[in-house]
Ligand binder design. Sequence first.
Ligand code: 1HE
Length: 268
Amino acid sequence: MTTRDFNRFETLAVAEEEDGVLIVTLNRPEKRNALNAAGVEELVDLFSNAHRNGARAIVLAGAGNHFCAGLDLVEHHEADRSPAEFWQLCLRWHEAFNKMEYGGVPVIAALHGAVVGGGLELASAAHIRVADQTTYFALPEGQRGIFTGGGATIRVADLVGKARMIDMMLTGRVYQGQQAIDIGLAQYLVEGSSMDKAKELARHAAANLPLTNFAICSAISHMQNMSGLDAAYAEAVVAGVVNTQPAARERLEAFANKTAARIRPNKE
Ligand code: 1HE
């Protein structure tokens, strides 16, 4: 589906800001935004169509007091799925999260409250994660008698390393605050609202050229899957296309004629 009619979603609330930034909110706060099968399909739909629908950046958030409680455990329990059914379901989670990570549109996760299990798998597919003082991260799968199925073994292990991920799963360890930042679970920790900060970052990203953002938000992830030799070759090809795009000429001209802003250190 390519329509921009966002009313088709039942588990997501989608609002479009003037600058092409979409605010996508997981919208089952009464279930702590646990991901049911229908919700995963809506994420596939949204992220499959975001680039072609002209989204310049996406802020992903959760309604209520928590970002996302992970897999809908009650649906899973009641559905009494067969191994083959859960295999297929996990592939839909991967489809949704791969579309996020490789889809070419910057996704900034505005995190608060619980970011746990599949909720952390979802957050880890975003390009930028912003935590606030309420945000906490965990992988409770071990305690629930299950295993990750939405890409944590790839993305969470990438963020925090294999040993920390195994510890989180074996012991139920919870990370929050500066410690979560220090181990790589999020890039920003704010005193105020993670939504405000995520919107600010999304507006910055949306000001870049779309083709440049497309490369940043797809090529880097693809290159991580390649050998160093192939990644370098692919980088050259991507740079060949991006660095010669007609729309970049204006920005290069502005640098050359000294009207473009210079890069300076942050003010204290
Ligand atoms: C849910 C879920 C859920 C809440 N599936 N319904 N994830 C977890 O192991 C986390 C499970 N959830 C929790 O630990 C807590 O609910 C929270 C810390 C997230 C929030 O606590 P709280 O006190 O605000 O809410 P609550 O009272 O526990 O739950 C409120 C309602 O949300 C309640 O429903 P109600 O109908 O009785 O009101 C809960 O049942 C419902 N709810 N979390 C279904 N997860 C691809 S594999 C991925 C594997 C995983 O993600 S495993 C990790 C699962």
